[in-house]
Write a protein that binds this ligand. Structure first.
Ligand SMILES: [Zn+2]
Length: 262
């Protein structure tokens, strides 16, 4: 199958390169405008790492990966904790059989708002072991249980904590252990995230939109292009330390490339 090339168009080229480290371009919410959204990202030099989750999500994401020039991760979201074992098994084999198409396993993890934490933990652990076998990093969803996630990972693999919302202490421990913190578009609105970036070095920081979720613009669907807004916000906060804008862009770009080995 050939990769569809999206022509550079009215938006022109952008002298900076960005990577949205986590979004869901296969989400059904993009069914009407996916191609346009991908084109806009491409025109602004925003590379995309999409995270397919669940059976349908993984299959759709794999199809898109074949069609477009995007990067892919596949995983099992903790929201799916009620799924039957055979569904978990199926996703497990899809990931196992697509090693060469993925840059990471995820998102996987724990969510304090979902039920049955023991089962969430079992499934999370299983997919970490798979990532270990495949020699891939993982993308972690750890809402409210970030510390527990860190303990379960136990440095077996390198992880990226997607939309990190935990505390500063754990963030520093994660970075010290070689893991990555992903700052989402939430930073445009949230003081917690703004403070977090203020107090962290940019080493092992990456950025994401989690599109179509977490839009920084009220009433609008989020899209990978908005990862530029995350960088701009980080620059706003870090310029006091003497950072220049291109320095931040390049640092975060390199961090992401290193993490996903792309
Ligand atoms: Zn997500």
């Amino acid at each position: 199958m050939t990769i569809e090339t999206i022509e550079y168009g009215e938006y022109g080229n952008n002298k900076y390169g960005y990577i949205d480290a986590h979004c869901h371009i296969e989400d059904k919410k993009f069914n009407r405008d996916r191609k346009e959204i991908l084109k806009i990202s491409r025109n602004k030099n925003v590379e995309i790492i999409t995270s397919g989750v669940g059976l349908g999500g993984c299959k759709r994401a794999l199809e898109l990966k074949k069609k477009y020039d995007i990067h892919l991760t596949l995983g099992f979201h903790p929201h799916g904790v009620r799924a039957e074992d055979k569904v978990v098994d199926k996703i497990y084999s899809i990931i196992e059989n697509n090693k060469k198409h993925i840059v990471a396993v995820g998102e996987i993890g724990l969510d304090i708002r979902d039920e049955n934490i023991p089962r969430q933990r079992d499934i999370f652990n299983r997919f970490i072991t798979l990532a270990e076998e495949l020699n891939k990093p993982i993308v972690v969803h750890g809402r409210g249980l970030e510390r527990m996630c860190f303990d379960i990972i136990n440095n077996r693999v390198i992880s990226m904590f997607h939309c990190y919302s935990g505390d500063e202490k754990l963030a520093k421990e994660l970075i010290d252990n070689g893991h990555y913190i992903s700052i989402s578009t939430l930073i445009c609105m949230s003081h917690h995230h703004q403070n977090l970036i203020k107090n962290l070095d940019l080493e092992n920081i990456v950025v994401e939109t989690d599109s179509p979720y977490l839009s920084p613009i009220k009433g609008e669907k989020n899209q990978p292009l908005n990862v530029i807004k995350v960088i701009e916000k980080i620059y706003d906060i870090k310029k006091e330390e003497g950072y220049e804008y291109p320095e931040i862009v390049n640092l975060i770009y390199k961090n992401t490339k290193k993490l996903f080995r792309i």
